[in-house]
Write a new protein. Structure first.
Length: 502
C-alpha cells in the first residue's frame, strides 16, 4: 500500500510536524498547545509574527538567498492576507508562530511558501516576537506612567499650603502639606520611567538570525532584519540571542517595582478616604456600595489598583523560578503589562478627580501633638537649650497635657514651665506669643525651607523640576515611538521596491 504523500501537507498546529516524517503519530492536542500556544497567548504576538515574516523575506531577497520573483510572490500573498484581514486569518489557522508559513504553503504551495523559513528557527520566531511584543507593552506602560505623574503634579499645585499631619506607624509625626505628599509620590515614578526606558533599550535589540543558538550557514544580514523591524541594534552572540531571557525578567521587575511604588500612594489614599480621617473623597464613579449597608461608599477602584502590586509580585517570583529551571522556560508575561497600564490609567483618573478636604486636614493638625518637634526647636533657638533637653521637656509636657485632657491650643508658657521644672529643675519662660506662633501648622511647613522641605516655595520649586523632567521623558517616549513608526515605513517601502522590481 502506497504511503500518503506528505509533500505540501499542512498539519494542525505545528504544521510541519507530520505523521510519517520524523514521527509516526499525529500530535496530541496538548503537544500542539505546548508548542503553538493557546489563542489567548498567541493574540498579542500575531503582529510580531507578521512583521518578522515580512522583514525576513525582504532580507532573504536583498541578499539573493531566495529568487526575487519568489520573494515578490510571497510578499504579494502577504499583502493579500492583509487586505483580507491578517489578524483573523493568522488566528483562525491555529498555527501560532508558524501562521505565516502555513498560510503561504496553503496559498502558494511548498515550492514557494516553503522558502520563507530559510535560515530561521522556532527559536528565532519566539525570541523576536517576545522582544517586539514586550517593547510595545513597555511603551504603553511608560505612556500611562507619564499621565499618572502629570495628575500628581497638577493636583500638587493646588495644595501647596494644604497642611496635614504626617504619620509614622499610623501615629501623628509632624506637619506636612498635601502637595509635598504628591511630589513624594511623583519622584519614584521618575525612577520607574528610567527603569522602564532601560528595560526597553535592552529589549529592543534583535535576536533574528540566531537560529536555535548557532546561527546559520546561510549569509543572513542580521543588521538589515533588525533595521526593518525597528530594533536599535543586534544581540550579537547567537547563543545569547536565542537563550537569553533576562530582558523579560528586567522588564517584569520594572513594572513590579512601579506597582509597589503606586502602592505607597494607594495605601495612603485608602486611609485618608476613611470616615475617621475624611481627608479626601473619591469621585463616585470609582466607588461602589454595599448590598446590606446603605451608607457605604467603597473604594473598589482603589482596591483594584492596589491589588496589582500583589499580583505582579507573585508573577515575578514565578517567572524567576521558571527562568532558572532546567528548561529555561519563561511563561507568557505580556498580560501583566496590560494590567499595569490599566492600573496606572485608573489611578490617574482617581487622582485627577479627587476631592481634598482642606479643613479636615488642618483640624487634624491641631488635635494632637504633630507640632511637638517644632516646640522643642523653639526652646533650642530661643533659650539655647541642648536639643535633647528641649526634647525631654516637650515629652513631659505632652504626657501632662494628655493626662489633663489639654489640646495644644490650650498650652501656655506657664504650662510649659511645669514640664521644664520637672526635667530641668527651673522654668524657661518661653513666652505665650512664641508658643502660639510655634503651634501654627502653616508656619511650621513654611519654616522648612531646606532643599526638599515642605515650605510652599520649595515644594513649588520641586514641582517645576518634576514638570521639566516630565517634559524630557515625554520627548524620549516620542522618540522611541517615532523610531518604530519610521521602521514600519521603511519595511513597507522595501516591500514596494521588491514588488516593483519583480
Amino acid at each position: 500500500m502506497a504511503k500518503p504523500n506528505l509533500y505540501g501537507k499542512v498539519s494542525a498546529g505545528e504544521f510541519y510536524r507530520k505523521a510519517g516524517a520524523r514521527l509516526t503519530e499525529e500530535a496530541d492536542a496538548s503537544q500542539r498547545l505546548h508548542k503553538v500556544g493557546t489563542p489567548e497567548r498567541i493574540a498579542p504576538l500575531l503582529k510580531a509574527y507578521h512583521m518578522f515574516d515580512k522583514a525576513h523575506v525582504v532580507m532573504l531577497a536583498e541578499e539573493t538567498l531566495i529568487p526575487m520573483e519568489d520573494a515578490a510572490t510571497i510578499l504579494r500573498a502577504i499583502r493579500a492576507m492583509e487586505a483580507e484581514g491578517w489578524e483573523r486569518l493568522r488566528a483562525e489557522g491555529g498555527h501560532g508562530l508558524f501562521s505565516g508559513e502555513a498560510y503561504l504553503i496553503e496559498k502558494l504551495g511548498e515550492e514557494i511558501g516553503g522558502k520563507i523559513h530559510l535560515g530561521r528557527s522556532s527559536g528565532d520566531l519566539n525570541s523576536v516576537s517576545a522582544r517586539i511584543g514586550l517593547r510595545e507593552k513597555l511603551l504603553g506602560v511608560m505612556e500611562a506612567e507619564l499621565k499618572t505623574r502629570e495628575a500628581y503634579l497638577n493636583l500638587a499645585e493646588q495644595h501647596l499650603e494644604t497642611v496635614l499631619p504626617t504619620y509614622t506607624m499610623l501615629q501623628q509625626a509632624q506637619i506636612g502639606t498635601f502637595a509635598h505628599y504628591l511630589v513624594a509620590w511623583t519622584l519614584p515614578l521618575e525612577r520607574d520611567f528610567l527603569r522602564l526606558k532601560g528595560a526597553y533599550e535592552r529589549t529592543n535589540v534583535s535576536s533574528a538570525g540566531a537560529g536555535i543558538g548557532t546561527g546559520s550557514d546561510f549569509p543572513l544580514n542580521r543588521e538589515r532584519t533588525a533595521e526593518l523591524l525597528g530594533f536599535d541594534g543586534v544581540c550579537e552572540n547567537v547563543r545569547d540571542a536565542n537563550a537569553g531571557r533576562d530582558f523579560i525578567l528586567e522588564a517584569l521587575s520594572a513594572i513590579t517595582i512601579l506597582t509597589v511604588n503606586l502602592g505607597w500612594a494607594t495605601d495612603t489614599i485608602f486611609l485618608f478616604a476613611s470616615n475617621e480621617f475624611n481627608f479626601v473623597e473619591m469621585a463616585d464613579r470609582y466607588c461602589g456600595t454595599s448590598s446590606i449597608m446603605p451608607q457605604k461608599k467603597n473604594p473598589h477602584s482603589l482596591m483594584a489598583v492596589s491589588e496589582t502590586a500583589s499580583q505582579l509580585s507573585g508573577a515575578l517570583s514565578t517567572t524567576l523560578m521558571n527562568a532558572r529551571s532546567i528548561s529555561g522556560s519563561v511563561k507568557p508575561v505580556l498580560q501583566h503589562f496590560d494590567a499595569t497600564v490599566d492600573a496606572l490609567n485608573l489611578w490617574a483618573g482617581i487622582i485627577s478627580t479627587l476631592n481634598v478636604n482642606k479643613d479636615a486636614m488642618r483640624e487634624k493638625t491641631l488635635e494632637f501633638w504633630a507640632l511637638a518637634t517644632d516646640l522643642a526647636g523653639a526652646m533650642v533657638r530661643e533659650k539655647n537649650l541642648p536639643w535633647r533637653t528641649a526634647h525631654q521637656i516637650t515629652a513631659i509636657l505632652v504626657r501632662i497635657a494628655l493626662t489633663q485632657g489639654k489640646k495644644p491650643a490650650e498650652i501656655d508658657s506657664a504650662f510649659l514651665d511645669l514640664a521644664a521644672r520637672e526635667y530641668l529643675g527651673r522654668p524657661i519662660d518661653l513666652g505665650d506669643e512664641t508658643i502660639r506662633q510655634v503651634l501654627d501648622p502653616l508656619r511650621a511647613v513654611k519654616a522648612r525651607t531646606l532643599m526638599g522641605g515642605t515650605a510652599p516655595s520649595e515644594v513649588q520649586r520641586q514641582i517645576h523640576r518634576c514638570y521639566e523632567v516630565l517634559r524630557k521623558h515625554k520627548e524620549a517616549l516620542q522618540r522611541m515611538m517615532r523610531s518604530l513608526e519610521e521602521a514600519e515605513t521603511k519595511l513597507e517601502n522595501a516591500i514596494d521596491a521588491i514588488l516593483g522590481e519583480a
